[in-house]
Ligand binder design. Structure first.
Ligand SMILES: [Zn+2]
Length: 236
C-alpha cells in the first residue's frame, strides 16, 4: 500500500510517499529531486511512522539540502528581441535579425540571433541552446582540466566529463568515473560551475554526502557554501 503523507517540523512541512512493505525496520530515502520515500513494516501504524519521521526530520532536511538540485524559477521564455537571457552569470538582451543563415553571437552586450524566421520561437530556442552548448563545451572542459589533478588524486582512472540538459540537477557523478553536468550551468557564474565540478569530483572518492565527503569538499573548495547559495538563487 502506498500513501502520501506529511509531518510538520517547526515551520517546515515534509511531504513523503509512504509504502508499507515486508520489512523489519523503517527506512527513509531522500531522492535527488528532494522527494522523500518512507518504507515501513506492515504492522506499524501511521502514527508511529510520523513519530519516527519527525525524529529524522533534521536529517531529511540536511539530505535535501545536499543535493545539487536545479529548480528553474524563470517564467517561460518568449524569445523576442529585448528579452534577457543569462550567460556566465550575466544578463544579456537578445536581438533578433532576419538573415539567410542561422548564427548566434555575443557582441556589444547583446546576444545577436540571426535566423530565417524571427517569429519561429522553437527554431530560435534551438539556435540559442546550440550556442549555449558550444560555450559550455569550452568553459566546462577548461574548468574540468584545471581540477583534473584532484580527480586523478582521488580516482585511479581518468574520469570523463559529459553534459546534457537536465531537468532537476546541476550535476551528478556515477560509479564509473563519469561526471555529468547540466548544460544550464553555462548560465551561472564561473565560480558556480567550478563549485559543481569540484563537488562532483569529490564524489569520485565518496559516492554519498557523508561527513568524509564534506570534509574533502571543504578542504578542496572552502567557499562552497556561499557558492552553492549563489547557484540556488540563480534564475535561469
Ligand atoms: Zn553531491
Amino acid at each position: 500500500m502506498k500513501v502520501t503523507d506529511h509531518i510538520q517540523y517547526g515551520s517546515t512541512k515534509i511531504n513523503y510517499l509512504l509504502e508499507f512493505v515486508e520489512r523489519k525496520t523503517l527506512g527513509i530515502k531522500v531522492h535527488p529531486d528532494k522527494s522523500v520515500k518512507v518504507l515501513a513494516p506492515k504492522e506499524v501504524t501511521i502514527e508511529k511512522v510520523r513519530e519516527k519521521v519527525k525524529i529524522k526530520a533534521s536529517w531529511i532536511l540536511k539530505q535535501q539540502d545536499f543535493f545539487l538540485s536545479f529548480h528553474p524559477l524563470t517564467p517561460a521564455r518568449k524569445f523576442v528581441s529585448g528579452e534577457t537571457h543569462l550567460y556566465l552569470g550575466k544578463q544579456y538582451r537578445i536581438k533578433l535579425h532576419e538573415a539567410n543563415k542561422n548564427l548566434v553571437k555575443l557582441l556589444g552586450g547583446y546576444i545577436h540571433i540571426y535566423t530565417k524566421d524571427t517569429q519561429n520561437k522553437a527554431r530560435i530556442e534551438k539556435e540559442l541552446k546550440e550556442w549555449y552548448r558550444n560555450k559550455a563545451k569550452i568553459h566546462f572542459d577548461a574548468l574540468f582540466k584545471e581540477h583534473l589533478p584532484l580527480a586523478t588524486k582521488l580516482y585511479e582512472y581518468t574520469p570523463t566529463l559529459q553534459y546534457r540538459w537536465m531537468k532537476k540537477r546541476w550535476g551528478s557523478c556515477d560509479n564509473k568515473g563519469g561526471i555529468h553536468l547540466n548544460l544550464e550551468l553555462i548560465k551561472a557564474p564561473k565560480k558556480c560551475i567550478e563549485y559543481v565540478i569540484v563537488h562532483e569530483i569529490c564524489h569520485l572518492s565518496h559516492l554519498n554526502h557523508s561527513k568524509a565527503f564534506f570534509d574533502l569538499l571543504e578542504s578542496e573548495y572552502p567557499d562552497w557554501k556561499k557558492t552553492k547559495d549563489r547557484l540556488e538563487r540563480l534564475m535561469v
